[in-house]
Unconditional design. Structure first.
Ligand code: ADP
Length: 477
């Protein structure tokens, strides 16, 4: 058994803005089920939704702040959470990264630098908690200074740094570095300096003992200029210490056999019941009810990363086929408007819902036949995995976690029952349209289609498998 301090800026269901919260809410639990002694450490934001009791543990002094360490638990899990309580920084409305108006916190660097310093005190067992971790597992730029600062300590724990999305790096002016009072040894090209600015992310990438990211393909991609944001050189230099471990999903919440958000539950033996959800979806979205027409679905933030523009470029040609298309999402206003115009001119084929709707997301996964996910980059991606579980065949671009979770339908993969979806290479409307046409052809062969659905539904997407890979990594250290 190892002692693991899991450092994160968010954890579901305490506080969530994105995928990191899902990982931080699930992985520590799965590690703990495997017998590891895991504690989460995160800032005590005002917005945290606390359900369990909170108790005071100790006070540490860093940078002239007296910071309390509080203890609670992850709801419905026996995982200890340590909250770094410094009201001067965290007791404000808003989320971890933006204020109530949606503006980035002006003092983001100060907030997370303090969080990192306190984490180092805890990691070095200098905060009166009588617990010293073997491994400090950091996540994304907000915890990037932890491996950097720990590198200056004697008898330090080993460090792991996980990249959930390279697009966010925590870059600040060099003046911020000075105001943070950070040790001079860290400020150089081979340290946390990045083109004369301070990079929190580099702190994690340079100084941690192991780097991971959330899929094996993304681990390769970030070593190239297209995905590395100028850090590809550093990442390929450290490639022997870099690996990819695919995220699991919450298999209780996303389970077609028990899902309370859908009209009729089903599994791979009762796929006919999926059609009840199809009809329910068509009815709810005012589309013609027809259980034989293929429905395409898409649920996403509407941003360029997700290839929404590729889908819009394909829609005119898609409309020449007998099919329906339902989309749920929000984001880029121009995308929202163009999509809504499509729906207005083709209300019998297209339904666009702008907004965030967890319940509708479940019904779409259960009701549609084909899921579109043509992302330009995708560190891991969740919706393609939900789709596989719900017998909804994904069409994905060959990148990141999409490439690692969906197996293209080819004569040989059909033969050995490994095919689970349709994969295309180039980020172009033409390539996406080819994949869509391939999907339509297979859809017209009911027996083959059913086998595709079953292939995807029978795979293991649980956190246990991923957690075992993290344990194997910890054991190398
Ligand atoms: P990312 O984290 O880049 O947004 P992922 O596929 O990894 O993409 O995760 C997105 C998560 O957010 C999924 O759980 C997806 O179902 C959910 N989601 C995104 N947009 C919406 C929406 N408009 N309504 C409901 N759920 C959404």
């Amino acid at each position: 058994m190892k002692k693991i301090l899991f450092v994160t800026s968010e954890a579901h269901p305490l506080i969530k803005t994105g995928g990191l919260a899902d990982v931080a809410g699930s992985l520590p639990k799965a590690l703990s089920d495997l017998g590891e002694d895991v504690r989460i450490i995160m800032p005590n934001y005002q917005a945290i939704k606390m359900t369990d009791e909170v108790r005071y543990l100790s006070t540490v002094h860093v940078n002239n702040y007296a910071v309390n360490i509080l203890e609670t638990r992850l709801p419905e899990a026996n995982v200890i959470v340590w909250l770094v309580d410094c009201p001067e920084f965290f007791d404000f409305p808003g989320n971890p990264y933006v204020d109530e108006q949606g503006e980035l916190w002006e003092n983001s660097a100060e907030r997370f630098a303090l969080f990192c310093r306190v984490t180092v005190e805890v990691a070095m067992n200098r905060s009166w908690l009588d617990w010293k971790p073997d491994i400090v597992h950091c996540n994304d730029w907000q915890s990037g200074l932890v491996p950097a600062l720990l590198s200056l300590e004697h008898n330090r724990p080993a460090t792991v740094f996980t990249i959930h999305n390279m697009a966010y790096q925590g870059i600040f002016p060099s003046a911020t570095y000075l105001s943070l009072n950070l040790p001079g040894q860290l400020w150089n090209m081979n340290g946390i300096e990045f083109h004369n600015r301070l990079s929190f992310l580099k702190g994690g990438l340079v100084y941690s003992d192991r780097i991971t990211t959330v899929s094996p393909t993304y681990a390769q991609e970030i070593q190239t200029a297209d995905f590395g944001y100028g850090l590809e050189g550093l990442l390929s230099y450290r490639k022997d210490f870099l690996s990819g471990i695919i995220n699991g999903i919450d298999t209780n919440h996303w389970n077609p056999e028990t899902d309370a958000n859908i009209k009729k539950t089903f599994n791979h033996l009762t796929l006919n019941n999926k059609l009840v959800n199809k009809e329910e979806l068509q009815q709810r979205l005012s589309l013609p009810i027809d259980k034989n027409i293929p429905i395409f679905g898409l649920i996403s933030r509407l941003v360029e990363q997700k290839g929404i523009d590729l889908v819009m470029d394909c829609l005119p040609e898609m409309l020449t086929h007998p099919l329906q298309f339902v989309l749920l999402g929000s984001g880029n206003k121009e995308f929202e408007q163009r999509l809504q115009e499509f729906a207005e001119s083709h209300p019998d084929k297209i339904s666009i819902t702008i907004g965030y709707d967890e319940t509708l997301a479940h019904l779409i996964e259960a009701g549609v036949d084909i899921f579109l996910m043509p992302s330009r980059f995708e560190p891991c991606g969740l919706n393609q995995i939900y789709s596989l579980r719900y017998g909804t065949v994904p069409v994905v671009r060959k990148t990141g976690g999409l490439a690692d979770t969906v197996i293209d339908t080819l004569p040989e993969t059909l033969n050995d029952n490994t095919a689970t979806g349709f994969v295309f290479d180039e980020a172009s409307p033409g390539a996406l349209m080819e994949a869509i046409k391939r999907a339509l052809i297979l859809y017209s062969l009911p027996e083959t289609w059913k086998q595709l659905q079953i292939n995807g539904m029978q795979k293991d997407y649980s956190w246990t498998k991923s957690a075992q890979q993290y344990v194997a990594l910890y054991n190398q250290l």
